[in-house]
Design a protein around this ligand. Sequence first.
Ligand code: SF4
Length: 257
Amino acid sequence: MVLTVKDVKTAFDGVVIEKGKPEIELFFIIREKIRQKEVVLDKKNITPKKKKEIIELFEKNITIELIREKVQKCKKCELYRAECHTQKVPGCGSPYTPLMLIGEGPGFEEDKQGKPFVGRAGKLLDRLLEKLKICREKIYITNVVKCRPPRNRNPLPKEVKACSELLEMEISIVNPRVIILLGSIALQYFGKKSITRERGKWFVYRDNIWVLPTYHPAFLLRKTGEALKKSKWQVWNDFNLALKRLEELKVIDSIVR
Ligand code: SF4
């Protein structure tokens, strides 16, 4: 569920929406009013459970926007200074999702558009999600580093370390039930070495998040013939494993079309 200012307006008495202001600014204004008790729950229409739900969603929405702002201002490693760097690429999608995908870092197209997975590899990922009937807007997609490394090289360990605070914040706020790691850099972030050995094998992060590594779509784009067929099949199986887990956890409905 994506919470809008309109939902908040319906839930609370006294919320006035100022025309022409961006949604996020309105959220900040409304949050302040809730804190100052200037707006109160309309008890006639909303149950306490619903109120709690709305406030939680509301806080989540604001916090994910704050992380995006933090990404935009970040100068914690040298990548933002790289010649190829145009703009930061924060994570995107729904912060309320049970499924998060983590890739490596932005490439040429991502850097130009400011969104993760929009280049050739992203298109391949989109086709996969489409076939699996997963709605991209209903999941959260991010990368280990948010700035494009020069010549699309792997991010250096010190760059990954510098950017880890942002990724950890994203994981905390989204708090997904399942994470799919795309490729070896994302896998290494979680302290494991070989994507060939680890792909398709579950491990648990922070006690309650199921994590499944698979190949990065860019890896598939470099393959041809039988090797391509085999790797595609493996990625397909891994995504299906993740969906099965989400089904067992009874949260799959929130991400499918
Ligand atoms: S890669 Fe991450 S840590 Fe480095 S400047 Fe970009 S946002 Fe900051």
